[in-house]
Design a protein around this ligand. Structure first.
Ligand code: IPM
Ligand code: MG
Length: 397
């Protein structure tokens, strides 16, 4: 058995070196991009695969409509980046082929359609998720996901750590023997500190006096214990922001507990727990198709839907009926991130009016509902309506 153990130790040693190197990179990375001074801000549009290209096109059209003047002034430039398809990725045997990653890195922010993430046994090589690769390559350390259900008094903002935890080495586990498989979970001081600080900053800036930290530190004592300890350290810098901590299991219960869930406002959690809680929260909001996702780094940012590429819809010829709401919500987050928060809010209001209140068109994912194109036009017409704000306010009463 010593041969297998030696091999595993060697593998683990290489992982430790990589992670210590990553910590040094985090210590020395450039500060936040200043979008106000940037000209042009290059928005890369990456359709992805499955329903990705369909829904991404609708979101891009809405962004181009809202940013028309800014494009004419040279403040904004759109760039379409083709080829991030499972077929191309399989051919290159890479989550993101080098030439496409090079094009992506020439942009400042990315609007990305869903991409297929294969698993063992699929008709594709078992390559890493394009999302995970992009988050790592662009150091998009914060996965920020808003979920709002006014009528249930729910107004949650999730800050999910996006570059470490159980994900950073998800593809580097080791089968020590035929019986023993080992994966790795990583937590660093720098990786925890920056996501927790971003959550507290957001709470402070928005006068929200509540941050909830979610871990399983009572069992996962080293890595989750570090995350919780970092929260205790960071919280000292925000004496006016109240905070509490919950374990992930009971947290998933409290998110569906009407007596408790409204107390949560800003929620910060390690990667895997954030992945789980944000799908649950999106379902409470009306389905994963209703939530958008902002992957924020200091130099880059990527905005997306939180659902997958739904290949089944494409195979069944229903792709044109795919609901573009989630990626359009991502587009609203993109607008706010690059300094057009008024346009971002307008788009969010139009999404609300169309999906939650007026519902002139229903999107069902099938031919008995509207196509994504028709729905996107409904949203654009709603944005164009000069009474949008007053209409939206009335619905809030
Ligand atoms: C998400 C998705 C991804 C994740 C998958 C596609 C790798 O579930 O963005 O929430 O697990 O982060
Ligand atoms: Mg997910």
């Amino acid at each position: 058995m010593s041969k297998e153990i030696e091999k595993a130790k060697d593998h683990f040693g290489k992982i430790l070196e990589e992670q210590l190197e990553r910590i040094e990179q985090m210590k020395t990375q450039k500060d936040w991009m200043n979008y106000e001074e940037l000209k042009p801000i290059i928005i890369g549009v990456v359709g992805g695969d499955g329903i990705g290209p369909y829904i991404c096109e609708h979101a891009k059209n809405i962004l181009e409509y809202l940013l028309k003047d800014e494009v004419e002034k040279g403040k904004i430039e759109f760039r379409t980046i083709e080829g991030l398809t499972i077929e191309n990725r399989a051919k290159a045997n890479k989550a993101i082929p080098d030439d496409i990653l090079k094009e992506i890195k020439k942009c400042h922010v990315i609007l990305k359609g869903p991409t297929t993430t294969p698993k063992k046994g699929d008709p594709w090589p078992n390559i890493e998720s394009a999302n995970i690769t992009m988050r790592r390559e662009l150091d998009l350390f914060a996965n920020v996901r808003p979920v709002k259900v006014p009528e249930k008094n729910i107004d949650w903002m999730f800050f999910r750590e996006n570059t470490e935890g159980a994900y950073v080495l998800g593809g580097k586990g080791v089968n020590v023997t035929d019986d023993l498989a080992v994966d790795f979970k990583v937590t660093t001081t720098q990786g925890s500190e920056r996501i927790i600080r971003l959550a507290f900053d957001y709470a402070k800036k928005n006068d929200i006096n509540k941050v909830t930290v979610v871990t399983k530190a009572n069992v996962v004592k080293t890595t989750d214990g570090k995350f919780l300890n970092m929260a205790e350290q960071v919280a000292k810098d925000y004496p006016d922001v109240e905070w509490d901590d919950w374990f992930i299991d009971i947290m998933t219960a409290k998110l569906i507990d009407p007596a408790r869930r409204s107390q949560f406002r800003v929620i910060v959690l390690p990667n895997l727990y954030g992945d789980i809680c944000t799908d649950e929260a999106a379902q409470i909001q009306g389905g994963v198709g209703t939530a958008g996702s902002a992957n924020i780094g200091k130099q880059y940012a990527m905005f997306e839907a939180i659902h997958g590429s739904a290949p089944r819809m494409v195979n069944e010829g229903r792709a044109k009926y795919a609901d573009p709401s989630s990626i359009i919500k991502g587009a609203a987050l993109l607008l706010s991130h690059i300094g057009f928060s008024d346009l971002g809010k307008k788009l969010e209001m139009a999404l609300d009016v169309c999906a939650r209140y007026e519902k002139k068109l229903k999107i069902t994912g099938r031919s008995d509902g509207a196509t994504g194109k028709e729905y996107a036009k409904y949203i654009m017409d709603t944005i164009h309506n000069p009474d949008l704000e007053s209409k939206w306010q009335d619905y809030q009463k």
